[in-house]
Ligand binder design. Structure first.
Ligand SMILES: NC(=O)c1ccc[n+]([C@@H]2O[C@H](COP(=O)([O-])OP(=O)(O)OC[C@H]3O[C@@H](n4cnc5c(N)ncnc54)[C@H](OP(=O)(O)O)[C@@H]3O)[C@@H](O)[C@H]2O)c1
Length: 346
């Protein structure tokens, strides 16, 4: 029997991406969708891309009604809204992958410093940070998975092997990320309008982006030592994709091949990590629509400076694809089920 899945917040960018991937998944059936604005409307009217693939009406969020229809829940709603609904599904015995930030932090104090008061701090003990490359075993047993932010996914995957091996200085890590506009969601906001974004590139929220504590928290836990990074996000005029360029200093002289080998060894069994050979660097166009994270490495062998570049699709590996990967791990399905899609090139 197929797993019945519900998507809370199905009419956003990550919601529709979840639907695209879940409809490709042979072991699940989408049985409930929620929206406030489009309650009562067929999902294919909201997203004509889904016509002939899914015939289901959006409905208002009722925990009791939806719990009867589903076995597994994705919450693809803004932070704060998520913590208002996840605890109720948890009480109903449903396992949840939450795409917002509400269940990404183990420590409510950190969450409250960057977001707002957490209304279910006790539940943070039950949640696991959903980066499979770091926490696969815990994700398997988790009742609630806090799916990572899009920027942290690309940044962490580019740094995990180097931190695990203690190869770099923790004093001056610089993470420079460039994101497409879908990262801001589908809500109508001035900063996402065509004329505001098209033909321009801008940095924003330097030293105060909410993904900073997520990146630093996971790196510090891995190193068992406080790591601070300089994280500079940029908005660029494309629909989807994040290119992250990470600047590091190696503690001793290394060759590009040695660093690449560290990445190969660390990610040998990872189904969604692709490492470019020496001399080739990732491009967001090569991962578009897929759950891949592509990685490239260049080392300046004379002085130990290194640059790691990662490319992901923010809506897939940076959100909905990673969420489906987490569901697969939680339910014991092969990890690539529903996600074995080729990137859309060009
Ligand atoms: N976009 C990305 O690249 C990305 C990446 C990683 C994580 N995330 C996170 O994933 C979550 C969803 O992001 P998104 O980009 O898909 O946002 P979005 O496009 O703005 O969609 C938000 C969804 O939540 C629903 N919603 C909004 N307010 C609600 C409320 N008060 N009660 C119930 N439903 C509500 C909306 O429904 P209606 O408007 O139809 O009522 C819509 O379906 C956010 O927490 C975001 O931070 C996003």
């Amino acid at each position: 029997m197929k797993t019945r899945v519900g998507v809370i917040g199905a009419t956003g960018y990550t919601g529709v991406e979840l639907l695209r991937l879940l409809l490709l998944h042979p072991e699940v059936e989408v049985t409930a969708l929620t929206s406030q604005k489009y309650a009562g409307t067929e999902i294919a009217e909201v997203f004509p891309s889904l016509a002939r693939h899914l015939s289901l009406r959006c409905e208002e969020l009722s925990i009791d009604r939806i719990s009867e229809k589903v076995d597994f829940i994705f919450t693809a709603v803004p932070h704060k809204t998520a913590m208002e609904v996840v605890p109720f599904f948890y009480q109903k015995g449903k396992r949840v992958v939450d795409l917002s930030a509400d269940f990404r932090f183990q420590d409510a104090k950190v969450y409250e410093q960057w977001y707002q008061k957490h209304t279910s701090p006790d539940l943070l003990k039950e949640s696991v940070y959903g980066l499979p490359e770091l926490h696969r075993e815990k994700i398997r047993e988790a009742k609630i998975v806090g799916n990572p932010g899009c920027y942290p996914t690309g940044a962490l995957i580019g740094l995990i092997p180097l931190v695990k091996k203690g190869m770099i200085s923790y004093e001056n890590i610089v993470i420079d990320s460039k994101s497409g506009v879908s990262g801001a969601g589908r809500d109508v906001v001035l900063g996402s309008l065509f004329c505001e974004v098209n033909e321009g590139v801008k940095a924003y929220n330097i030293f105060k982006h909410r993904h900073l504590p997520e990146i630093e928290g996971e790196l510090s836990a891995l190193a068992q030592k406080r790591i601070s990074v300089t994280f500079v996000p940029h908005l660029i005029p494309m629909d989807r994709g994040i290119l992250t360029t990470i600047y590091v200093h190696f503690l001793k002289q290394v060759k590009t091949e040695e660093v690449l080998n560290t990445f190969y060894q660390c990610y040998e069994k990872e189904p969604f990590i692709r490492i470019h050979p020496k001399g080739r660097l990732p491009n967001t166009k090569d991962v578009r629509g897929s759950n891949y994270c592509d990685i490239g490495v260049v080392v300046n062998e004379s002085d130990g400076r290194g640059v790691i570049v990662t490319a992901i699709d923010n809506l897939v590996k940076g959100a909905s694809g990673e969420a489906v990967q987490n569901m697969n791990i939680m339910l014991g399905y092969p990890e690539t089920l529903g996600l074995d899609v080729l990137p859309l090139f060009p």
